[in-house]
Each structure stands twice: as C-alpha cells, then as structure tokens.
Design a binder for this molecule. Structure first.
Ligand code: ADP
Ligand code: ADP
Length: 228
C-alpha cells in the first residue's frame, strides 16, 4: 500500500530532516512511528501525502509513484487522509457541515448524499448527538473526532495521524484513541505518530523508531517494548 524507499528530505534552510528512510506498509496494517522531538516523524508523515516534497528516494502509494511528474497529487491527497495535532475545523460551520464539505466540493456529491455520509460518520465517531454543534461548543476530544470524520468523508484508503492526541487534555485522549482503534479493527491502513505507548502496544502491527532523521528500529510491538 505504501512503499517508501530511501526517502531523503533536506529543507531549504539546509536541515537534513530525513536520511534514506525506507518503510513498507501493507494493506490493513497499522504502523506507529515514535522517536524524540525533531527526529523527522512529522516530516516523514507529510511526505506520504506530499504536503512535503522529497529531496531523494521514492514513495509509492498503491503502486503510484509520488515523484512521477505525471502523478496527480490532489488525487493522492484524497486517497491519503490526514489528521493533525490541531483540529482546524471551520469555526462557522457545524460539526456535520465540516464533515460534509469535502464530499460536496471535492467528490461533487449532492447535499443529500453528503449529509447522509456525514451523519453516518458522526455516528461512527460517537457524535450523533452533537452534529449540529459548532466547534467552539465541543471539547477538544470531540473536535478531534470531527476532524477524523472529516478525513474519512473523502473515503481514503490510508489514514495518517500526526500526534492526534498531543493537544488534548488527558481525560480526552482515550475517546480519540478508541475511534482510531476501531478504524484499525475495520482494516484501515494507518501510519500514526504518537507518544501514546499503550496505543502502540495494543494496536500497532509494527513500531518504527526514528532518530536524527533515520529510521533506526522497525519491529513488532512485542519485540520493541520487550527488548529495549
Ligand atoms: P518530529 O516530528 O520528529 O518532531 P520534524 O519532522 O518536525 O520532527 O522535524 C525534523 C527536523 O526538521 C527538525 O530538525 C526540524 O527543526 C526540521 N524542520 C521541520 N520542518 C521544517 C521546515 N519547514 N523548515 C526547516 N526545517 C524544518
Ligand atoms: P512537530 O514536531 O509537531 O512537527 P514542530 O514544532 O517541529 O512540530 O514544527 C511546527 C511547525 O514548524 C511545522 O509546520 C514545521 O514544519 C515548522 N518548523 C519546524 N522546524 C522548523 C525550522 N527549523 N524552520 C522552519 N520551520 C520549521
């Protein structure tokens, strides 16, 4: 599903953020990326949907090479959903409207179709009761669940999560991780940057450890956590 090979990233300021990072993620796998701050986790995640270009190496998503100039990057971004630390919902739209927006604008769905899909997704993330609330009326955990529903509304084949619970109060972390865990159980292919080791232990098929721009360890959670 994802085949990253020798990916290099040098930022314009000279920062060498990724050094020959290679990773394969199969369909339905959950890979958790851990490592110290500044080790390149976020940069790597962003290269997977080309929010960040690469300086070397190649990335294939479902067989399509992102470095091929003929590849439609907007298509890739539609197929690779992303959830960030900050939720970035539109403040003047309700939760449901936030989720309906992309299907209408990008997938050209009718309002009725988008609304039906939106309601389905609000149910999935446990927010049926709050779908007409505005973001400011929702807790951080609820807003992040709306952000997950919004990403799912594009019917992605891969979901990327960049520290999705880092901005949340501790009591709200669990509700977001639960939604992610149920997605994983349904067979979604996921790459997750997180400091939540419980999630890595229980949900990950593999854990990768990054350090100074390099992917230094790749193992099962059992081995990763038992052989320090
Ligand atoms: P992590 O997610 O592991 O904290 P990042 O991918 O955010 O790591 O950052 C990796 C390195 O790249 C860091 O040294 C960071 O300062 C640098 N970096 C990140 N984004 C940029 C940018 N836009 N321009 C220049 N350097 C950057
Ligand atoms: P994270 O680790 O969650 O990515 P950071 O604090 O490393 O958070 O980065 C926050 C933002 O600042 C990101 O958009 C990143 O690209 C940018 N950034 C990080 N380091 C640099 C840098 N040295 N120069 C320019 N932009 C940077």
């Amino acid at each position: 599903m994802i085949v990253a090979k020798d990916v290099d990233k040098i930022y314009p300021n000279g920062c060498h953020a990724l050094k020959e990072v290679s990773l394969t993620v199969n369909r339905g796998e959950v890979v958790v990326v851990v490592g110290p701050s500044g080790s390149g986790k976020s940069t790597f995640l962003r290269t997977l949907n080309q929010l960040e270009t690469t300086s070397g190496g190649s990335i294939r998503i479902d067989g399509v090479c992102l470095q091929d100039p003929k590849t439609d990057i907007n298509q890739i971004r539609a197929e690779v959903g992303m959830v960030f630390q900050s939720f970035n919902l539109f403040p003047h739209k309700t939760a449901l409207e936030n989720v309906m927006l992309a299907p209408m604008k990008v997938l050209k769905k009718s309002r009725d179709e988008a609304e039906q899909k939106g309601k389905e997704l609000m149910l999935k993330v446990g927010l049926s009761e709050r779908m007409h609330s505005f973001p400011s009326q929702l807790s951080g955990g609820q807003q992040q669940r709306v952000a997950i529903a919004r990403a799912l509304a594009m019917m992605p084949m891969i979901m990327l999560f960049d520290e999705p619970t880092s901005a949340l109060d501790p009591e709200m972390v669990g509700e977001v991780l639960d939604v992610m865990q149920s997605l994983a159980k349904e067979g979604m292919t996921m790459v997750v940057v997180t400091h939540e080791m419980g999630f890595a232990r229980e949900v990950a098929d593999r854990v990768v450890f990054m350090e100074d721009g390099e992917l230094v360890v790749e193992d099962t959670p059992e081995n990763f956590f038992n052989n320090p």
